[in-house]
Design a protein around this ligand. Structure first.
Ligand code: HSE
Length: 297
């Protein structure tokens, strides 16, 4: 018995929502195949598309599955095959895709004993192994889809917000690696009330803008006083890319998760396509490969 699932990549933080906002994107993600074994072993048979650990204690997918099995007091063995359609360390929630795809598939192989929301706990165990922190803003959209808001961590509570159907997202991934665990270390431990009030103003504005399809408000709301100021210097050509997207009419731009990927919101594909050409040339000049991906939420 076997199952194959696709778990999407995701954009976390989305400007003001550090560790609380995240949305799933199309096409990029992990394809996870699980097959029941006749023994009690969890085995990573193959990891395609990236150099991932195959030791089950160090692999995000098997750690997540193991925590699910422990909870269910099951010793069902499984073979795990992972195919990555994007790079780890890109800021698009690679570990979250592996972890959520793995727990979703494992729950299915076991006859769906648990509800989808409950699976978050186990996917987070996998995520924590890779990023050394419990943050749900990639795992939640990867597992549940759409634009998710983590309202609370203790207890873990989420809700989904709508997004405008016409909204397009341009993902820009300059090919350098940033480890989430290291990028997390840059985040300030404290925030002034002045910065905090600006941040929660934008959090409220972003949610309202998504509901009301108010692109002007959205473009003002996608700002960040917490992660962007300390992380942008890790991303080659950050300032130039940001300015270029805004010149081409982007209605919001920021770092995707812990970077180096960036995202820009556009009102239509046409505007985004013209911008892609320009950004491609920009990175050609500095001899850095860049992946550009235009997607919906
Ligand atoms: N919210 C997390 C962070 C996302 O910014 O560290 C990591 O992809």
């Amino acid at each position: 018995e076997s199952i194959q699932v696709f778990a999407p990549a995701s954009v976390a933080n989305v400007g003001p929502g550090y560790d609380t906002f995240g949305f799933a994107i199309e096409q990029l993600g992990d394809v996870i195949t699980l097959t029941k074994r006749n023994d009690h072993k969890l085995k990573v048979l193959k990891a395609e598309g990236a150099d991932l650990p195959t030791d089950p204690k160090n692999n995000v997918a098997t750690v997540a599955i193991q925590s699910l099995l422990d909870y269910l007091e099951s010793d069902q063995g499984m073979d795990v095959h992972i195919k990555k359609i994007f790079k780890p360390g890109s800021g698009l929630g690679s570990s979250a895709s592996s972890a959520s795809g793995a727990v979703f598939a494992a729950n299915h192989l076991l006859g769906n004993p648990l509800k989808l929301e409950k699976l978050l706990d186990f996917a987070l165990e996998g995520e924590a192994l890779a990023s050394k922190s419990y943050h749900a803003d990639n795992v939640a959209p990867s597992l549940l889809g759409g634009f998710q808001v983590v309202r609370s961590y203790e207890p873990l509570e989420l809700f989904r917000i709508p997004t405008p159907a016409a909204l397009r997202v341009l993902i820009i991934f300059p090919d350098v690696e940033i480890k989430t665990s290291e990028a997390k270390g840059l985040i300030p431990k404290e925030l002034s009330v002045k910065d905090a009030r600006e941040q929660w103003g934008n959090v409220g504005a972003l949610i309202h803008a998504m509901h009301s399809e108010d692109y002007s408000l959205l473009s003002h709301a996608v700002r960040d006083r917490i992660a962007e100021p300390v992380r942008k210097q890790l991303i080659p050509e950050y300032g130039k890319v940001k300015q270029t997207t805004l010149d081409f009419g982007a209605v919001g731009f920021n770092i995707s998760g812990s970077g180096p990927s960036m995202f820009a919101f556009f009102k239509s594909s046409e505007a985004a396509k013209a911008c892609m050409v320009k950004i491609e040339k920009m990175y050609q000049k500095v001899n850095l490969p860049v992946m550009l991906h235009l997607t919906k939420i």
